[in-house]
Design a protein around this ligand. Structure first.
Ligand code: FES
Length: 143
């Protein structure tokens, strides 16, 4: 047994040698070619993974939507829309968040937090997350 954190299981999960053998680094591309807001879809065997760059950080998630298996990572990338509420509880209008970005499954609109992979309408639902590593100028996802 080897002790590594599995991306979609509890911290106590221990990988077997077979789990580790199946994991591989998949080249995503050159970090210098990624701008904030860019995304790539990579294939690791039969698995599709969406890799995003947001606010200088890379995030990678399964491209299979939790709703009905649509391409969760291929839709709109948009700042969270929030409503400002005045002290008297009246609305001061809607605005785009400066701190939170979402991506939206193009099939039926499930919206996910780009930092966590959580479905924003029910944060208990999370896309499978993959680790992203950078070696020099190359970006890899561990799948
Ligand atoms: S399959 Fe993604 S929202 Fe329905």
């Amino acid at each position: 047994m080897l002790a590594f954190a599995h991306p979609n299981r509890s911290r106590e999960t221990i990988f077997t040698r077979e789990d580790v053998a199946r994991m591989a680094e998949k080249l995503v591309g050159k970090a210098s070619e990624f701008k904030d807001g860019d995304r790539r879809i990579v294939f690791a065997g039969n698995t599709e993974i969406g890799v995003f760059k947001d606010r200088g950080e890379f995030h990678a998630y399964s491209n299979y939507c939790l709703h009905q298996g649509g391409p969760a990572c291929e839709g709109l990338i948009i700042a969270k829309v929030e409503e400002k509420i005045a002290p008297d509880r009246t609305s001061k209008g809607m605005y785009f968040s400066d701190t939170e970005t979402h991506f939206v499954c193009p099939w039926h609109g499930y919206e996910y937090d780009i930092k966590t992979g959580e479905c924003v309408s029910d944060r208990k639902l999370k896309l499978r997350k993959y680790k992203v590593v950078q070696k020099g100028d190359e970006v890899y996802v561990i799948a």
